[in-house]
Design a protein around this ligand. Structure first.
Ligand code: ADP
Ligand code: MG
Length: 315
């Protein structure tokens, strides 16, 4: 460390450089991706560039890269490790082994299976009503209405379908059976029709200077489901526009964050996805604490806010 020594004729004063992170040229951050997006998903380029502009070394590394040396990073930040879904156990074992991983592994274990909605419901959060069907169980479709079938462990709308009953009951049942036969738990929800008109609101939160999760920005996502599950949906097909959240959405999102079963101070990012329910009030569709797209390009300063939070977490 360089020391500035005061003039010889005055008292000897050693003035240490300010320990601002901007001067720490050796800090290293890994942004975790997967082999599908080895150079990161486009959405994360602004974060990578912002961190590099602050003289941090930033590497994009696949979570399952056997050559990666996670010990060499001051911080490892999950971004687009989206191929973990069929290998969740391996992913969590990996996450457990990585020092200084954000978000923390205990939260990932809870958040990578949408049965967490039960915990949030028990805490009073208005969630989308959900029925779970486990392997070995059978499901009797409702007699009418529109319903969504999806796996509890999923990302990017994979293996997710929408069914009009009774005409598509056989297709819906086949979808549930396909999931459970593969050892997966299926979840069935009413199709929230407001997504077709109002869309889905994703609210992004990053820690502020005090470490408290603070609202950063929000986007509107258009509807994703046109009918029965027909394979993987391309994440690039999402219709994303800027959104100013309503007071009710902000209140619900704060309620969701307050119900997370860990200290929210441990988190680097949180995304709360809401769709209006039948009464028009926001309902939680998903709380994303694992690998959410952050839509950093949609809001001025968003990448800088997350970069600030990352720098504040550097050792
Ligand atoms: N109950 C629902 N009502 C309306 N749309 C839904 C419902 N569940 C899922 N969707 C649509 O499917 C997309 C993916 O579902 P989601 O629960 O967010 O899982 P993931 O994003 O983890 O795959 C949502 O963004 C939304 O467009
Ligand atoms: Mg989602």
């Amino acid at each position: 460390m360089a020391l500035d020594v005061a003039p010889r004729h005055g008292p000897l004063i050693l003035s240490l450089p300010h320990p601002t992170h901007a001067t720490r040229e050796t800090s290293r951050v890994a942004l975790v991706t997967c082999d599908l997006f080895p150079d990161l998903w486009d959405d994360d380029f602004p974060l990578r560039d912002e961190l590099r502009a602050r003289n941090l070394v930033v590497d994009a590394v696949s979570w399952d890269d056997p050559a990666a040396d996670w010990d060499t990073y001051d911080l490892t930040v999950l971004r687009s490790p989206w191929d973990y879904v069929p290998r969740r156990a391996d992913f969590l074992t990996w996450a457990q082994s990585v020092p200084r991983l954000l978000n923390p592994v205990d939260i990932l274990r809870w958040n990578t299976d949408k049965v967490y909605l039960r915990d949030l419901e028990a805490a009073g959060v208005p969630i989308t009503p959900t029925t779970y069907v486990r392997p070995g169980e059978t499901w009797t479709p409702p007699t009418d209405g529109e319903w969504v079938v999806k796996p509890t462990i999923s990302a990017g709308s994979q293996d997710t379908g929408r069914y009009a009953l009774p005409s598509q009951a056989a297709l819906a049942t086949a979808h549930v059976d396909r999931l459970t036969a593969a050892g997966r738990t299926a979840m069935i929800q009413p199709y929230l029709k407001a997504v077709d008109t109002d869309g889905e609101t994703a609210l992004l939160y990053f820690p502020d200077a005090t470490g408290r999760l603070s609202f950063s920005h929000a986007v509107r996502k258009g509807p994703m489901l046109t009918g029965p599950d027909e394979g993987r949906i391309d994440p690039g097909s999402e219709q994303i526009t800027v959104r100013t959240p309503s007071p009710a959405e902000l209140t619900t999102a704060e309620q969701v964050l307050a119900a997370i079963p860990s200290s929210p101070a441990a988190l680097l990012y949180a995304r709360v996805d809401l769709i209006p329910g039948p009464d028009g009030l926001p309902m939680l569709l998903e709380l994303e604490l694992t690998e959410p797209s952050l839509f950093l390009r949609t809001a001025a300063g968003a990448a800088a806010r997350l970069a600030d939070a990352i720098q504040n977490r550097l050792p």
